[in-house]
Design a protein around this ligand. Structure first.
Ligand code: MSP
Length: 622
């Protein structure tokens, strides 16, 4: 039997799950549901990445043990997966014993083979990224909390595997997908590949897996995390299980973690003499406006709210249909509602209510005897057979949104067929012919529901149950003539866009400026109170002041053009308002992480400040 092993990244346990995390997991769920349907032996893995500095820090801040912290955080993901109807086969946590044992085994094997060496290293270390960074990276402004560190560490001889990796990528064109990501990795591999620092001294970080050959160190969180993919299928424990599923068919990842998966991971496996995964597929990002949706930018969409409001299936549908795999997509409520109303309510839902109502009205709520053998009916039947293989081809080639669109096009063609044949008119002159049309339309709808079931497992079930055809196959002819229809609720009640709009204030008259923004757009801007700790002039620019501000637990540097209006000493101690999720900028060579708010007219400028006993830095402003 063919096997299909698919993984998602293991998500950071600290993060609050958002649409981005939900996306990859739903994608894996949809793909594995399709593969299960073809009879393959599927293994679908997801889980959590629980070691590292940030977890240690978060636990310390809360005054709890890191493992207790992880145990408290992990259910948030599990609950979401349950709400999203995710059918994973395993949920791995990197703090589990089974995983620790495998990581230590790999570390020891790689060490024994001579691929790990000790060296003193001095360099720039980014605490937020938990790794050494180059001077160039430090200058890019993308890294915070940079420290110069000199210490002894262990290094993995990644450089030795540079050429074998390039050869492997060239010999296996599907190893990194889509094509443009493969080229990106090959471009990266044109420059000499350095060795990888794989240890962290316990003096700095102890929340990790100890090196089996030096108890003063734990291993680098990525060296630990990537290994989860082999732990879960029984590496070194269950040989048969491991050989059955490994190598994985795909590691699904977001483009943010391409290098770790397509450079670190394969070279680690080469050194440990384990076969490489068959494919690594990097999808794009969900954007909110121009930026990636991420916790640090504060522009994330909470999937739970959406599910509550519109149901699980529409959320799964939107995410799968809207993002073309490999490219970025923009998440907006407008596009969500548009897709819902046009594809789901108008096309799919409408077809069900039309067909079932007509069957009730003219055929006593029973499935008619014969299918339509008119030329129009034959086209629907032929396309109903073709759509199945077209969808499957798309799925096999990881074109999920195209697979969905192909099904929707078929549904639209069935709606047209209904209009052309007008069975409601036909029923009055030739009831037999009307019955045939309705049979064919119902069968086409049944096939479409089976095809959409991996994406919308719940609502498609309603369609199948209506026709008494639950569990039926993808072969044309699954309806049983004479069977009674079951009652059903509206499949996708239309969303009334007008109701969603906020009622206007002031005596019924609408005051709508032409630059209105939606509530969501406003919410994307994160405003917080910040206390000015230090302020100084910038030598090279007489308009600028450089400020150090405190935003809750965090310190930030801001560069602002207010030197003409305020003396540095006037600002210290003031509680100001800062946009905290603005993309960092370099102003006159200085990093600025945010923007302060001020009122300005002509030549006057006054900073917006907040006073009050209860006001503390880091408070969110609504
Ligand atoms: N723990 C690492 C992964 C280790 S895998 C061995 C990690 N975790 S994460 O919590 O940051 O999750 C990253 C993954 O979440 C991305 O690769 C992607 O799959 C998903 N997404 C997070 N934000 C996203 C978007 N805004 N858009 C799409 N997917 C995103 O990195």
């Amino acid at each position: 039997m063919n096997t299909f092993y698919l993984t998602t990244p293991i998500y950071y346990v600290n993060d609050k799950p958002h649409i981005g995390h939900a996306y990859t997991t739903i994608l894996a769920d949809v793909l594995t549901r399709f593969h299960r349907k073809t009879g393959e032996d599927v293994f679908f893995l997801t889980g959590l990445d629980e070691h590292g500095q940030k977890v240690q820090q978060a636990a310390e801040n809360r005054g709890v043990d890191p493992i207790d912290h992880c145990d408290e955080m992990a259910p948030r993901f599990l609950e979401l997966w349950e709400k999203l109807h995710i059918q994973n086969d395993d949920f791995i946590r990197t703090t589990e014993k089974r995983h620790v044992a495998v990581v230590q085994k790999i570390l020891q094997d790689v060490f024994d083979s001579g691929d790990i060496y000790e060296d003193e290293y001095e360099g720039l270390y980014s605490i937020s990224e938990e790794r050494f960074i180059t001077e160039k990276e430090a200058e890019s402004g993308d890294f915070r909390d940079i420290k110069k560190i000199k210490e002894k560490n262990y290094f993995f001889k990644m450089s030795q595997y540079q050429q074998p990796l390039v050869d492997h990528i060239n010999k296996n064109p599907k190893f990194i997908q889509p094509e443009h990501r493969k080229n990106e990795v090959l471009g990266f591999l044109k420059k000499p590949l350095g060795d990888l620092c794989i240890s962290r001294p316990k003096s700095r970080l102890n929340w990790g897996i100890e090196l089996p050959f030096d108890s003063n160190y734990v291993t680098y969180v990525w060296f630990d995390a990537l290994i989860n993919y082999i732990t879960a299928v029984g590496y070194n424990v269950d040989e048969d299980g491991f050989n059955k599923y490994w190598p994985a068919n795909y590691h699904l990842i977001g483009k943010d973690i391409l290098t770790t998966h397509s450079v670190y991971w394969p070279t680690m496996l080469m050194s440990a003499k384990i076969p490489l995964p068959l494919g690594i597929f990097a999808h794009g990002w969900w954007l909110s406006g121009e930026s990636k949706m991420s916790k640090s930018l504060g522009n994330v969409v909470d999937p739970l709210g959406l599910i509550e409001e519109y149901g699980v299936d529409p959320v799964r549908y939107y995410l799968m249909r809207e993002m073309v795999l490999g490219q970025d997509a923009n998440f907006t409520m407008e596009s969500f509602i548009k897709r819902y109303n046009s594809d789901l309510a108008n096309d799919f839902g409408n077809l069900l209510s039309r067909v079932s109502n007509l069957l009730k009205k003219f055929f006593d709520g029973k499935i008619p005897r014969d299918e339509d053998d008119s030329p129009e009916g034959i086209v629907i039947k032929e396309n109903g057979i073709k759509v199945v293989s077209d969808v499957w081809n798309h799925i096999e080639s990881m074109r999920v949104s195209e697979a969905i669109e192909t099904t929707l096009q078929y549904i639209r063609s069935v709606n047209k067929y209904m209009e052309t044949m007008a069975p409601w008119k036909l029923a009055k002159s030739d009831k037999d012919a009307a019955g045939k049309v309705l049979f064919t339309a119902a069968e086409a709808l049944r096939i479409s529901a089976v095809l959409l079931a991996p994406v919308m497992p719940n609502r498609t079930q309603i369609v199948l149950e209506t026709f008494n055809a639950a569990g039926s196959s993808l072969e044309w002819g699954g309806l049983t003539p004479g069977k009674s229809l079951n009652k059903h609720d509206a499949l996708f009640p239309r969303i009334d866009v007008k109701k969603l709009e906020k009622p206007s204030q002031s005596n019924g008259k609408k005051t709508e400026p032409n630059n209105v923004i939606t509530f969501d757009e406003f919410q994307n801007v994160e405003l917080k109170t910040a206390k000015v700790l230090e302020a100084e002039k910038v030598d090279s620019a007489d308009k600028l002041l450089k400020l150090q501000v405190e935003v809750g637990d965090e310190k930030r540097q801001l560069v602002a053009g207010i030197a003409k209006f305020y003396k540095p000493e006037e600002l210290v101690g003031k509680m100001i308002v800062v946009v905290t999720n603005l993309k960092p900028a370099t102003i006159f060579g200085l990093e600025s992480y945010g923007m302060l708010l001020a009122a300005k007219k002509g030549k006057d400028l006054t900073l917006i400040t907040i006073d009050g006993e209860k006001v503390k830095s880091g408070m969110k402003i609504y």
